[in-house]
Design a protein around this ligand. Structure first.
Ligand SMILES: *[C@@H]1O[C@H](CO)[C@@H](O)[C@H](O)[C@H]1NC(C)=O
Ligand SMILES: *[C@@H]1O[C@H](CO)[C@@H](O)[C@H](O)[C@H]1NC(C)=O
Ligand SMILES: *[C@@H]1O[C@H](CO)[C@@H](O)[C@H](O)[C@H]1NC(C)=O
Ligand SMILES: *[C@@H]1O[C@H](CO)[C@@H](O)[C@H](O)[C@H]1NC(C)=O
Ligand SMILES: *[C@@H]1O[C@H](CO)[C@@H](O)[C@H](O)[C@H]1NC(C)=O
Ligand SMILES: *[C@@H]1O[C@H](CO)[C@@H](O)[C@H](O)[C@H]1NC(C)=O
Ligand SMILES: *[C@@H]1O[C@H](CO)[C@@H](O)[C@H](O)[C@H]1NC(C)=O
Length: 436
């Protein structure tokens, strides 16, 4: 090689490095997350999203207090006296619980007995609001507004156990008009059952939360696709055999909430095997999903189908479950992929703005939350998932970022690219001087 060519290589490689060295932001700032939270609040009037708003708002506001302890507050039976520094954070949660329970009495003429908290075409979704209702009961909100939160939660529970359609082996249907199982439901129903179990000191209900997950896994796990979960099974219409990324993330996120609830309950010792199973089933989904992570850091809307669009929302939600699993079970395997995804979702776009957020603060690109096969805009779910990811990541960092060495040992793709580039530069510099 003539020496001029060797030197030219140095120039080319240095230019290449410069061009591909993003000024990578490592995290979203509080101000950026706050804008995301505002978009969520505005977009969350749709029923399907209301449940999300409850857990997400609290995740976010509690995380803003920046203690891992604060988040646990939402999971374990909390103190019956709310500490003054958490009153503000929880006021949104109580306000939603109040609206739901007050409206229930008005719209059903004070009828009690098995019934969902809101009228919906889904048998499962309304239950997810129940966690807020249980918390309102536990902390004595009825003393100030006279609403029967315990009764409303009990009616919702009885509806699930006695009225909702079920498979012959007992899996509670996601839909009301036919027996049909959706991966989404793992987030909506079992966390309510588990939380009901701890607030009423009832082991059977914690068991039932686990059993529902186990049944859903039996129907939805696709062993021929490296354990990715199918989206929708059973029923006379609406089946979806595809491996919807958000559905896989919903399932993992529902499991992690149940795992966290069991772990912090007084029944933890009696439910050892169940905790091990949940941790391993979450890892199963992580293993299936992260195989298909795109070099952009994102998942396709259907994880193993590159003909579908890239979807930042499932990417954010699944990353949140990786940090949580690391915290709860000491499993650090997929931290490198989660860190890679999180950093990509936090990347700047040129000198102003963010690569994966519109100027208004909406995550992009995202699945349409009301028509999952299609790409959409302005997804409140996506906003909620970003806050989940950020809250989980902060808790993980606050707890010492344990397992981060797994991340640095394996390195993310950007880091590998830097090392490769550095080696190429070194090689070419040597080549250049040797030939001069
Ligand atoms: C609230 O105050 C208590 C001490 O009273 C403290 O331990 C806790 O970390 C605080 N929580 C938040 C979210 O600031
Ligand atoms: C109250 O209930 C009625 C009847 O079910 C429903 O149409 C309305 O949307 C509900 N309002 C709220 C704020 O949930
Ligand atoms: C429901 O109960 C409330 C409070 O007791 C009462 O004001 C209201 O009139 C009742 N509604 C019906 C339809 O009975
Ligand atoms: C309601 O809260 C009380 C404690 O304030 C608790 O004893 C009871 O079990 C709770 N009920 C439900 C349904 O969570
Ligand atoms: C636990 O909850 C189930 C379902 O509501 C109920 O049948 C059972 O009696 C409860 N067990 C205890 C010990 O309260
Ligand atoms: C992949 O997605 C494309 C676009 O939605 C669809 O037409 C195709 O049937 C999908 N392939 C599989 C194997 O599901
Ligand atoms: C990123 O910047 C490019 C060029 O300025 C712009 O076309 C694109 O819309 C921006 N992306 C987002 C998500 O704002």
């Amino acid at each position: 090689m003539p020496h001029s060519l060797g030197c030219l290589w140095v120039v080319v490689v240095v230019l290449w490095m410069t061009a591909f060295t993003p000024v990578t932001a490592q995290y979203l700032t509080d101000a950026q997350v706050s804008v995301v939270g505002q978009r969520l609040a505005e977009g969350a009037s749709h029923r399907r999203v209301l449940p999300l708003q409850i857990s997400r708002l609290s995740d976010h506001d509690l995380a803003a207090g920046s203690t891992a302890r604060a988040l646990k507050f939402f999971w374990i039976p909390p103190p019956q006296q709310i500490p003054p520094n958490l009153t503000g954070a929880l006021s949104d949660v109580f306000s939603i619980a109040h609206t739901i329970v007050a409206n229930r009495s008005i719209s059903n003429g004070n009828v009690t007995g098995p019934q969902p908290l809101i009228q919906d075409s889904s048998a499962g979704d309304p239950a997810s609001i129940g966690v807020a209702v249980l918390l309102a009961n536990w902390t004595g909100q009825s003393a100030s507004d006279g609403l029967d939160y315990a009764g409303a939660a009990r009616d919702q529970l009885q509806f699930l156990l006695q009225k909702a359609p079920k498979t012959p082996d007992g899996a509670i249907s996601h839909r009301l008009d036919q027996v049909q199982l959706w991966s989404d439901s793992v987030y909506m129903v079992p966390p309510f059952l588990a939380y009901y179990g701890v607030t009423t000191d009832n082991l059977t209900l914690l068991q039932e939360a686990y059993t529902q997950i186990s049944l859903y896994r039996t129907y939805l796990r696709d062993a021929s696709a490296n354990n990715l979960w199918k989206h929708i099974q059973l029923g006379s219409y609406g089946t979806d055999n595809g491996h919807w990324s958000t559905g896989n993330a919903w399932a993992a996120a529902g499991m992690i909430r149940v795992l966290g609830t069991i772990q912090r309950s007084r029944f933890a010792g009696s439910l050892q095997q169940q905790q091990e199973d949940l941790a391993s089933w979450i890892q199963e989904i992580h293993g299936g999903m992260y195989q298909h992570q795109d070099p952009s850091g994102l998942f396709y809307n259907y994880a193993d189908n590159k003909s579908t669009f890239l979807d930042a929302s499932s990417t954010a939600l699944l990353a949140s479950t990786v940090y949580r699993l690391s915290l709860l079970s000491g499993v650090h395997t997929h931290l490198p992929e989660a860190e890679f995804a999180r950093k990509r979702l936090s990347s700047p776009n040129g000198t102003s703005g963010l690569l994966h957020f519109t100027p208004d603060g909406w995550l992009t690109p995202v699945a349409d939350p009301y028509a999952y096969p299609f790409q959409g805009q302005d997804s409140p779910e996506g906003e909620a998932f970003v806050i989940s990811m950020q809250a989980a990541w902060r808790d993980w960092v606050a707890a010492g970022a344990v397992g981060v060495n797994v991340a640095s040992r394996t390195m993310d793709m950007t880091a590998s690219a830097y090392v490769l580039s550095a080696l190429m530069v070194a090689f070419n510099v040597v080549l250049c001087f040797v030939q001069m």
